[in-house]
Ligand binder design. Structure first.
Ligand code: ATP
Ligand code: MG
Ligand code: MG
Ligand code: MG
Length: 485
């Protein structure tokens, strides 16, 4: 039988533990000392200071399975969810790290051995990428040679790509370097998102599900200064990330992450509450079931890590995730509170690996119920308002004015992207600039405490104190005020 998701997680960690890596627990989704980052979005986040040398640990090799959220901020996969086979808002990233210890040769050899020997992925379905270089930064011929000579990868399966895909930087300054990505061929008949948009599929280089990226190996070998000058790091480091859900899809012979055991238990829960069967449902309903399942994982894990719904920063991203899920639930015909039941399935399924879900259970379910009942009250009134506005503008420029978008946001609690989606469904655009201007004006008029949202916040704060051992960090989000709108 194929390995289960949790067996793959263990196999990865023990492979690296046997090779001298310290297994380190996942850090929280709210980064510890990094107000610039909305959520932990990669395995390396908890090791940033170790890579720069500001912090010393008693090990120089580590391996983790890291909780990640990519919704809002630089890596935002929110709108992909439901529509690609491989993106989640919440996912687990497996990784191995070398802090100035081994470098390219070992990193490549380890990854190849794990994938092709231990996990027995057929070599003929794999391809790798290397950095092709720019006038300023040399091509990574070193990695190319290692892929050919050490791993034995056929030259036509080594693809050279540019800065966007194959060069990594921690920030404007600091450690950076080329990377190699390992891709798995899912099949020529897998739908390509580019082809769907009328453009040709770019194969390994394409941003689609056909050649799915499974693992990214980052070779930190330069240091970039404020002038953009790059110098060689005396002790280069390794940072890698492999999506657990994607590896599960490969090893379980599935075309999408959602067909793996990791997501199926939660998809079934969605089916149960909606009275639908995923496998036989029409594609649009499948999309909604995937969205609900994915977002329930993100919501449960975010609340367990202390994020609570609000109108700002992290809490606002959580609110958007929950509301997007609830709206998809309504398209599945769910007209009663259901989201907490799907969150309960997430807790049941994942608390063994992540005990914080059990600790936060009461709070997670209560927040889910509250958020859904609040949203449902305004959803129908908001939908009516949009309907009227669109009807009265049908003959015109098909633009939903900024003040209407703002009213939906402010009075009815509609996240802007929700309004945008509904508008687009009617062939309308929203006046983004006009909306921003109204938002800015409101900020100047009032403080957060003066808005109706404070009451909602207080309610959650009360709940958090009453129910949770979870530390409350929702309002830390105030620091990132406005950044993610
Ligand atoms: P993609 O190009 O497919 O969006 P990426 O290049 O953005 O992936 P990385 O930043 O390199 O991804 O992250 C390392 C690994 O984490 C990826 O190779 C992939 O296996 C996994 N991964 C990245 N984003 C997601 C996501 N949204 N959901 C699930 N797994 C992901
Ligand atoms: Mg991506
Ligand atoms: Mg990529
Ligand atoms: Mg990548």
């Amino acid at each position: 039988a194929p390995l289960t998701g949790s067996e793959i997680r263990s196999a990865f960690l023990s492979f690296f533990e046997q090779r001298g890596h310290r297994p380190v627990r996942s850090s929280a989704l709210v980064p510890a000392n990094d107000p610039t980052l909305l959520f932990t979005n990669a395995g390396m986040v908890q090791f940033k200071d170790v890579f720069t040398g500001r912090e010393k640990r008693d090990y120089n090799r580590a391996t983790t399975s890291q909780k990640c959220v990519r919704a809002g901020g630089k890596h935002n996969d929110l709108e992909n969810v439901g529509y690609t086979a491989r993106h989640h808002t919440f996912f687990e990233m497996l990784g191995n790290f070398s802090f100035g210890d081994y470098f390219k040769r070992d990193a490549i050899a380890y990854a190849w051995e794990l994938l092709t020997s231990v996990l027995a992925i057929p070599v003929d379905r794999l391809a790798v990428t290397v950095f092709e270089g720019t006038p300023e930064i040399p091509a990574d011929t070193e990695a190319e040679d290692i892929w050919r000579e050490v791993a034995g990868v056929a030259p036509d399966r080594i693809i050279r790509l540019g800065l966007k895909d194959n060069f990594w930087m921690m920030g404007e300054t600091g450690p950076c370097g080329p990377c190699s990505e390992i891709h798995f061929f899912q099949g020529a008949d897998v739908p390509c998102q580019e082809e769907a948009a009328g453009r040709p599929c770019q194969g390994v280089a394409c941003d689609c599900d056909r050649w799915m990226e499974i693992w990214n190996l980052v070779f930190m070998q330069f240091e970039r200064d404020a002038q953009g000058k790059m110098s060689a790091l005396p002790r280069p480091s390794i940072d890698t990330g492999a999506g657990l859900e994607r590896l599960a899809a490969v090893l379980q012979g599935k075309r999408t992450n959602y067909d793996t055991d990791l997501l199926q238990a939660i998809i079934s829960a969605v089916g149960r509450v909606a009275g639908k069967t995923y496998d036989t449902a029409p594609e649009s309903e499948k999309t909604s079931m995937r969205v609900v399942a994915d977002h329930a994982r993100a919501a449960a894990f975010l609340v367990a890590d202390g994020v609570l719904p609000s109108n700002e920063g992290r809490g606002y991203v959580l609110r958007r995730i929950m509301r997007r899920a609830i709206r998809h639930g309504t398209t599945l015909g769910l007209d009663k509170l259901f989201f907490h039941e799907v969150c309960a399935a997430v807790i049941a399924e994942m608390h063994a690996a992540y005990p914080e879900l059990r600790d936060g259970e009461k709070l997670i379910l209560e927040v889910a119920r509250n958020e859904e009942s609040g949203f449902r009250r305004t959803l129908s009134r908001g939908l009516q308002l949009i309907g009227e506005e669109i009807e009265s503008r049908k003959g015109g420029d098909r633009l939903l004015p900024g003040d209407v978008v703002f009213k939906l946001y402010d009075t009815y609690g509609f996240p802007v992207d929700l309004t945008r989606i509904i508008a687009e469904e009617h062939g309308f655009f929203i006046d983004e600039k006009g909306f921003e201007a109204h938002l800015e004006a409101q900020r100047e008029r009032s403080t957060f405490a003066g808005s109706g949202e404070a009451a909602v916040g207080a309610l959650y704060l009360g709940l958090a104190t009453e129910l949770g051992e979870t530390s409350f960090v929702g309002y830390e989000a105030l620091e990132t005020r406005g950044k993610i709108l």
